[in-house]
Design a protein around this ligand. Structure first.
Ligand code: UDP
Length: 238
């Protein structure tokens, strides 16, 4: 039996890569459905859940800018990619009867609600899962930073970063069988050793607002609910 969940309100950052499953590009419907079930399971525990979605499975501004496109334009395209992912997740959640709202940092009223903090708060009080799309709405930022920002604004107890691996390791666990997973890390250590949990802006923001970052594997079904109860594998940055 799982102990009672430790958190009342959480933000889960889902990278575009996670939504891609084993594909090279775009969305894997099975993976999207799996993540939706995991979100639904956490919601069913009575935990408030909000999500920030990435866009790297469709478009990543920095790499396109490196190929010659103006960075700001490329970043706006990247933010639009996150909206596509948000709508896919919303659909998958609705199919399993999880009430959701999408709010976008770039207003596009016919597609989704604009981001309004108080309104998002109200949705969460009503038990809806709020999906935050379009990052921060500004170029030169990432959805990791958007996740730290929204987690701060929504008063979340923890920011979860769902990745391919089940935490932060001292070496690449896919290449090095002796790689060790950290159970706990300090924000400063992550910054100074450049441990690649999230970008520095995101880590700094989480640190300033004292929001722990929990890194776990979103690929393993059921892991989201499990790590929130303190079980399973993860790394906690705090
Ligand atoms: N992006 C941006 N501002 C933001 C968030 C995202 O300009 O606040 C753009 C940026 O080009 C980025 C893309 O959107 O490359 C997709 O987001 P990200 O790379 O963070 O997605 P993930 O790596 O999580 O899939």
């Amino acid at each position: 039996l799982n102990p009672a969940p430790r958190y009342k309100r959480v933000l889960l950052k889902i990278s575009g890569e996670a939504l891609m499953g084993n594909r090279e590009y775009g969305l894997d419907p099975d993976m999207v459905a799996q993540i939706a079930r995991d979100v639904g399971a956490v919601r069913a525990l009575g935990i408030d859940v909000c999500l920030v979605v990435g866009g790297g499975n469709i478009f990543r501004g920095v790499s396109v800018a490196a190929a010659g496109m103006e960075r700001a334009s490329a970043d706006y395209m990247g933010m639009l990619a996150t909206v596509i992912n948000a709508l896919a997740l919303q659909n998958a959640l609705e199919q399993i009867q999880v009430d959701t709202r999408v709010q976008t940092a770039i207003p596009m009223d016919t597609v989704a609600e604009p981001y309004i903090r108080r309104r998002a708060e109200r949705h969460m009080e009503k038990g809806r899962v709020v999906i935050f799309a379009a990052g921060t709405g500004n170029p030169y930022f990432t959805t990791d930073t958007a996740a730290a920002l929204r987690a701060s604004e929504m008063g979340c107890d923890v920011l979860l970063k769902g990745t391919k691996v089940d935490g932060v390791y001292d070496a690449d666990p896919e290449k090095n069988p002796d790689a060790k997973r950290y159970e706990r890390l300090g924000y400063m250590r992550v910054l100074t050793d450049d441990l690649g949990v999230m970008d520095h802006a995101a880590i700094s923001l989480a640190r300033e607002n004292q929001i722990p970052i929990l890194v776990f594997s979103i690929y393993r079904p059921g892991a989201f609910a499990e790590v929130l109860s303190g079980n399973g594998c993860y790394t906690l940055v705090k």
